[in-house]
Design a binder for this molecule. Structure first.
Ligand SMILES: Cc1cc2nc3c(=O)[nH]c(=O)nc-3n(C[C@H](O)[C@H](O)[C@H](O)COP(=O)(O)OP(=O)(O)OC[C@H]3O[C@@H](n4cnc5c(N)ncnc54)[C@H](O)[C@@H]3O)c2cc1C
Length: 221
């Protein structure tokens, strides 16, 4: 479609998808692959609303934050392949990008929750402090050489990966999330896979499953 979907109107035998530039697409069925975080934000309107079991699944499953930081440095000769720390950005590894050395920082879980609440400029400060604490030789780090990607604030992601919060019946909720609705809407995406959720493997498996479901519907039509 190449543009954001704004509304999905569905009934028993057809679906109509409206996009941002007033594009309209009609089909017998649709595979919804929106990330869990986007489904939760309600930025894509479903008319009629998704059934209650689907909404419960969307809200009960966890949507993990990930903040990734890229720091360009003059050269990286620390002989470290992977650093794990208790700094604000706790995990770092080096990459060579063309002729540039780049340190990649990773924060997930509570570290990402904390960073995601901060202003971008403060996240850059924390990243520079983390690099300085782990690799003091690399100081000073220039702010212009720091790039931050917060997957939670990305409009089309709204999170990094799904997880099963304590006390949540993950298998049941993922089954509900994956369930077809009205013989029209099919659901794929990592959060719908009961085994390999949070991963590309889970996303790919769910895509194959939903494609089979779509073929089943089209054969019967
Ligand atoms: C930083 C990071 C690193 C990761 N590393 C790994 C790894 O090493 N190995 C691994 O297995 N997994 C990894 N994962 C997880 C993996 O990337 C995901 O599980 C997988 O990509 C999810 O695929 P998906 O198809 O479910 O969702 P996505 O790949 O998020 O696809 C959803 C699509 O929906 C689109 N979309 C959203 N809103 C709209 C809208 N309104 N209209 C139209 N389209 C919309 C998005 O643009 C996107 O293209 C990582 C995740 C992150 C965030």
């Amino acid at each position: 479609m190449d543009e954001p979907v704004e509304e999905v109107k569905w009934s028993r035998n057809s679906v109509e998808v409206d996009t941002a530039s007033r594009g309209r697409h009609r089909a017998r069925c649709a595979i919804i692959t929106l990330p869990l975080g986007v489904l939760r934000e309600d930025t894509v309107r479903f008319t009629p609303p998704l059934p209650r079991r689907k909404q419960v699944a969307i809200h009960d499953l966890g949507c993990g934050k990930v903040v990734k930081v890229f720091v360009r440095v003059d050269s990286f000769r620390e002989g470290v392949r992977y650093a794990l720390s208790n700094c604000a950005v706790p995990v770092w590894w080096p990459r060579q990008v063309g002729r540039h050395s780049v340190l990649v920082g990773w924060a997930s879980g509570q570290s990402a929750d904390r960073l995601s609440d901060e202003l971008p400029v403060d996240v850059k400060c924390r990243a520079a402090q983390s690099v300085g604490a782990i690799f003091p030789r690399l100081l000073p780090v220039r702010f212009d050489d720091i790039h931050v990607v917060d997957w939670f604030t990305e409009e089309f992601s709204r999170g990094g990966y799904s997880y099963t919060p304590t006390g949540c019946d993950g298998d049941a909720r993922r089954t509900d999330l994956a369930a077809p609705e009205g013989g029209t809407l099919l659901f794929a995406g990592e959060a719908t896979d009961r085994v390999y959720y949070s991963t590309v493997t889970g996303a790919a498996r769910s895509g194959r499953r939903a494609a089979q479901e779509a073929l089943g519907i089209l054969r019967l039509t």
